[in-house]
Design a protein around this ligand. Structure first.
Ligand code: GDP
Ligand code: MG
Length: 242
């Protein structure tokens, strides 16, 4: 099947497997969109929502302890990656990793990583661990957008107040703030919009099958890596606002 532009219509969602480390991840030929956030924030639920398939990624009411990177290929063209949650790094020093080395490694070094969805619960006021994690993403020039989850659990007013407070805490780190989205796996709110984000990235990479022969330097793989590199360029000055 060719990689057309029917991102919003998911025709196939396949579990590729669980990787214990970066080396074990599938080949780097397809663009990847990864979900990161605290354990229980709703990463696996959002993945299932986007894939349109309940039970594709395992959802658990109990914070999980998995250290595996779970990879799913969509429409045979792009991947969704369910990363282990952070939040269990007891006693981590301020600048040390907040999560496991596997996740650090993936976020820093995966050449075909296009965009990270950084998930935060819309029902919570800004939490130090989320702020710290966002700081880590910024320091490491990881391209990301925010997704505030579980909007069905709080009033729109509360969610907007929490989002505004979070953005206020981090605004000094950015010339231009990352995009903010919201979602609910319960009401399916946010699905089309987030698939649209992926669609835009895919269009930018232009991995659609070329009908005319292309010179090797503009092959889809090279364009993908170039996109990944240019996404990583946003490296703002950091000064801790808290
Ligand atoms: N009400 C509500 N519950 C959710 C939502 N997303 C996830 N959950 C619940 O939150 C818990 C953790 O979800 P999960 O997707 O496993 O989180 P993960 O640990 O980040 O992968 C599960 O009990 C889910 O059913 C949502 O949008 N709304
Ligand atoms: Mg999960």
């Amino acid at each position: 099947m060719g990689c057309g532009f029917s991102i919003v219509k998911i025709s196939s969602a396949i579990f590729d497997g669980s990787a214990p480390d970066l080396e074990s991840c599938p080949d780097e030929s397809l663009p990847e969109f990864a979900f990161i956030g605290r354990s229980n924030v709703g990463k696996s639920s959002l993945l299932n929502l986007l894939a349109g398939e309940q039970g594709l990624a395992r959802v658990s009411p109990i914070p999980g302890f998995t250290k595996l990177i779970n990879v799913f290929t969509m429409n045979e063209c792009w991947r969704l990656v369910d990363l282990p949650g952070y939040g269990f790094a007891q006693g981590a020093r301020k600048d040390s990793a907040l999560f496991n080395q596997t996740v650090n490694d993936y976020l820093e070094n995966r050449p075909n990583l296009c965009l990270v969805f950084a998930l935060i619960e819309s029902g919570l006021t800004p939490q130090a661990i989320d702020l710290g994690f966002v700081e880590w993403l910024v320091r490491h020039a990881v391209p990301f957008v925010f997704v505030f989850t579980k909007t069905d659990k709080v009033s729109a007013v509360t969610a907007q107040a929490n989002i505004a407070a979070f953005m206020d805490r981090i605004s000094a780190w950015f010339e231009k703030l990352p995009a903010v989205y919201t979602c609910s796996a319960a009401t399916r709110q946010g699905r089309q919009e987030l698939l649209g984000v992926i669609d835009d990235e895919m269009k930018a990479i232009n991995v659609a099958a070329n009908r005319v022969p292309v010179p090797p330097e503009s092959s889809p793989n090279l364009r993908l890596e170039a996109r990944s590199r240019s996404n990583r360029k946003r490296r703002p000055d950091l000064n801790r606002p808290w």
